[in-house]
Design a protein around this ligand. Structure first.
Ligand SMILES: *[C@@H]1O[C@H](CO)[C@@H](O)[C@H](O)[C@H]1NC(C)=O
Ligand SMILES: *[C@@H]1O[C@H](CO)[C@@H](O)[C@H](O)[C@H]1NC(C)=O
Length: 390
């Protein structure tokens, strides 16, 4: 054997050893695809084993869900795990929910540092729940979040499809360093409260190359959200990309450093929205960049609404205590489905400051659209149509 052939053989052996990752297949723990049998115990046992795996540094145990359809009543996957690098949940098939889940979330990962979810479909089977909600005479259980990531660091969720959630599809809560990439989220336009991704009390969140069409916000960012990058997003149908609602409760943390770039919104109720309650509760939104966004028939393409007060009660004076500053809109173009394409309706007691508009081209029925400002201050540069009211 030549030296070269020998070193190649050694190299191959090294790769083979590295490839032999510890895999925990849910079928080996009793999960059965196809039928109506609940696979929850098997999923939890496979997770417990994977989470308990102590591999060499850098090798991550894999919990595998093979091809097929698995009924999962609900699952609480809890860490911390012994594998410092985290667990990979590799899904080839579909995991589906029963018509009712007795919990606020269906699939939960808490304290799961380093978690990676790869592939597969999570089907929330929301239809029966939405039908209940549509019937005023019936008392319905609260909706269920499909995928709840909480108290975790360094999580990645790639190429997963989420369907027909009973409520929010994916919630990122009290976590840091979360990347969502190549994900698809689909539910009917008339399904209630089926937000795509909700982020709250979390930082360093990247949402990349993701397609979301549901009955509520594509992405919503709640109190305590910072350092978010949303890039290459297709949104619609739905309610658009939203910061808020904020200021609904006293003592909320603010929202800081959010970038949305290269987004296409189609037929959504809002485009880029910042929404706060018309209540005196304090809070803040600062350092927001919206750039390279295409609107196609969006009802409120650019909107700041500081007078949110459903039911019109408990909003004394309707003046928001949330300060919104340093927000820029650059290269935003396309069509508005209503005459007012830009609306900055800011708080009388806490006016919006440091708003910047640059290269805005929004039309309504092939005509010039309108802009509306209340308590908003800032500047405009380049082409700005509708004409800036800042
Ligand atoms: C975790 O691993 C230890 C040994 O390292 C073992 O004794 C224990 O039974 C394992 N627990 C589970 C749930 O697999
Ligand atoms: C803003 O967030 C981005 C994305 O997480 C991050 O790379 C950047 O450093 C942050 N900027 C500041 C000023 O914190």
């Amino acid at each position: 054997m030549s030296t070269l052939a020998l070193s190649l053989a050694v190299l191959a052996a090294v790769f083979a050893a590295a490839a032999a990752v510890a895999e925990y297949n849910v079928v080996d723990y009793g999960a059965r695809p196809g039928g109506g049998a609940d696979s929850a115990d098997a999923f939890l046992a496979a997770w417990a084993a994977a989470c308990n795996h102590t591999g060499r540094r850098g090798s991550r145990p894999v919990m595998r869900v093979p091809a097929g359809r698995f009924l999962l009543s609900k699952a609480y996957f809890k860490g911390p795990c012994r594998s410092a690098a985290g667990v990979v949940v590799a899904i080839d098939g579909t995991v589906f929910a029963p018509p009712a889940v007795d919990s606020t979330a269906w699939i939960m990962f808490h304290y799961a540092d380093g978690l990676a979810i790869r592939g597969g479909t999570l089907d929330g089977q929301g239809r029966a729940h939405w039908a209940c909600r549509a019937d005023p005479g019936r008392k319905c259980p609260p909706g269920t979040t499909t995928l709840d990531i909480s108290q975790s660091k360094g999580v990645s969720i790639k190429k997963v499809t989420l369907l027909d959630s009973k409520n929010v599809h994916m919630s990122i809560f009290d976590s840091t360093g979360v990347t969502v990439q190549g994900v698809r989220i689909v539910a009917p336009a008339d399904s209630p409260n089926t937000d795509g991704i909700h982020v709250q009390l979390s930082s360093h969140v990247n949402i990349l190359s993701t397609t979301i069409g549901t009955g509520d916000d594509c992405v919503s960012m709640g109190p305590g959200t910072s350092d978010v990058l949303i890039r290459n997003i297709k949104c619609g149908p739905g309610h658009g990309i939203s910061i808020g609602s904020l200021g609904g409760e006293a003592g909320e943390e603010g929202v800081r450093n959010v970038t949305v770039e290269a987004a296409v919104l189609t037929g959504t109720q809002n485009g880029l929205r910042i929404k706060t309650w018309g209540k005196p509760n304090r809070g803040s939104v600062t350092g927001v960049v919206f750039s390279r966004v295409t609107m196609r028939g969006v009802h409120n393409p650019i909107v700041v609404d500081q007078n949110y007060c459903p039911g019109h009660d408990q909003c004394p004076g309707k003046s928001s205590g949330v300060r919104i500053s340093d927000v820029s809109y650059t290269d935003i173009e396309g069509t508005s489905a209503t005459p007012v394409a830009v609306k900055f309706d800011c708080s009388g007691s806490n006016p919006c400051t440091g708003f910047r508009l640059s290269n805005i081209r929004l039309t309504y029925e092939d005509k010039t659209a309108q802009s509306l400002c209340r308590n908003a201050d800032g500047s405009a540069s380049g082409v700005v149509s509708p004409r800036s009211c800042l």
